[in-house]
Write a protein that binds this ligand. Structure first.
Ligand code: AMP
Length: 424
């Protein structure tokens, strides 16, 4: 009986995983240019970490976490996002005492029990970045530059960056009150979810996708009109720094992000051609979070990009990596096998990508296999060839044999020189 994968959990097979590898490699290059270093955080955390950081009334904590009781009674959760774990690690290892600013990036799977659909999985992967220890607008701007540079490095075009400010402890309560007031006045027009959210998490009213709620959204008060002087200046400075570099993200006053800990700058990247799940990533500032998790009063700003969605928008576009074997060895007979194995070992040690077919199969079937690898050059290693002390290189593309193309120099360099003579 076959056992299928769990709904919402998918395999990434080699044709696709090469795209992941390229994305990660390019991301690392860009992160290192910005002096970010990698942190590897666990997949499982105590449930209370997410309850306290993401917020009790968010969709994630209310209904999407994979939570279980460990054998010793501890409540554990598969991490639904990375920031909470990063901050937990930052606090646990007292990083604030060691360095004034920590700039970290991470890759890895996240788990949310959402309804699976195109672009929405229960296990998905994120590339994330966090800066701890900077509360100035230049840090937010740097995060946005980093985000733009990553998108450029991934050759994602047509993505739109949206920006908003969510205010702070000083100005958000007043705004929240105005929003609740507005919500009550429109109570009959709101969907059931929003009626419920009105008391618990009224900001979520703004990103409700129900047609009825969307229709009246324009009349809702906007956080941007309620920012205190400091938040207003911070937001203006972020925009100014971006503008000077020619970047003008779209202002979206309805973007609130799904997590409670954000304050001030919030942003999202949306892509065309992804359908309903069009967010490639998002992030923002979370100045109270380190403290809320038992650390010092250290500010933070970060974002995460969804790898599956990035891979989807990259589509079939060519990636400039070639991992196909450069040469395939086709051994005939026991002696051919022994020599092919030895040559392959030597050439691989010399940095050449080599595949060896199995000697037990007919030469014809070995050739077919070599074709499948998409490799241009094949070398037959049989009794005759060995006796002649010179090997024939077969150009699989031109369908042409080059007898004695590989002579006495059987080192990796000798092979390279021979392939170069044939136009490799
Ligand atoms: P969030 O932490 O919700 O802001 O998510 C950041 C990014 O992760 C999103 O913009 C998506 O690209 C990706 N993402 C979030 N949830 C899912 C999911 N269920 N399936 C696939 N990708 C997701």
């Amino acid at each position: 009986m076959k056992i299928p994968a769990v709904k919402g959990f998918r395999d990434v097979l080699p044709d696709e995983s090469i795209r992941w590898a390229v994305l990660e490699e390019r991301a690392r290059t860009v992160f290192h240019r910005y002096n970010f270093r990698e942190v590897r955080i666990p997949i499982v955390e105590r449930t209370e970490l997410f309850q306290r950081s993401i917020g009790e009334t968010t969709d994630i904590v209310e209904k999407e976490m994979y939570t279980f009781t460990d054998k010793d009674g501890t409540q554990l959760t598969l991490r639904p996002e990375g920031t909470a774990s990063v901050v937990r690690a930052y606090v646990e290892h007292a990083l604030a005492q060691r360095e004034r600013v920590s700039k970290w990036y991470y890759f890895g799977p996240m788990f949310r029990r959402e309804r699976p659909q195109k672009g929405r999985l229960r296990q998905f992967s994120q590339i994330g970045a966090e800066v701890l220890g900077r509360d100035d607008a230049a840090a937010d701007a740097e995060m946005l530059f980093l985000l733009y540079d990553l998108l450029a490095a991934f050759a994602v075009d047509g993505a739109e960056v949206q920006l908003n400010s969510l205010g702070c402890q000083a100005c958000r309560p007043g705004y929240r009150e105005a929003l609740v007031h507005w919500g009550r006045a429109h109570f009959t027009e709101l969907c059931d979810d929003c009626r419920r959210r009105l008391d618990q998490n009224p900001l979520r009213l703004l990103d409700c996708k129900q047609p009825g709620c969307l229709a009246i959204r324009d009349s809702a008060p906007r956080m941007l009109d309620h920012l205190c002087a400091e938040c207003g200046a911070h937001f203006a400075r972020v925009r100014e720094l971006l503008r000077r570099e020619g970047m003008q993200p779209t202002i979206n006053p309805y973007m609130v992000r799904g997590l409670d800990y954000y304050c001030r700058t919030a942003f999202e990247v949306v892509a065309r051609g992804l359908g309903a799940q069009n967010a490639l990533g998002g992030g923002g500032r979370y100045d109270g979070l380190v403290r809320a998790l038992g650390g010092p009063d250290v500010a933070g700003v970060g974002f995460a990009l969804g790898v599956e969605r990035l891979v989807m928008v990259l589509g079939e576009r060519a990636l400039d990596v070639d991992i196909r074997p450069e040469v395939v060895l086709l051994p005939v007979g026991d002696e051919g096998e022994a020599v092919a194995v030895e040559l392959a070992h030597r050439w691989r040690a010399g940095g050449v990508r080599v595949e060896v077919e199995s000697a037990g199969r007919s030469l014809k079937s070995q050739m077919r296999q070599a074709d499948k690898h998409g490799t241009r050059f094949a070398i037959i290693v049989g009794e005759e060839e060995l006796a002649g002390r010179a090997l024939t290189i077969r150009d699989m593309e031109a369908r042409r044999d080059h007898p004695r193309a590989l002579g006495l120099d059987l080192t990796a360099d000798g092979l390279r020189a021979a392939l170069a003579r044939l136009g490799a």
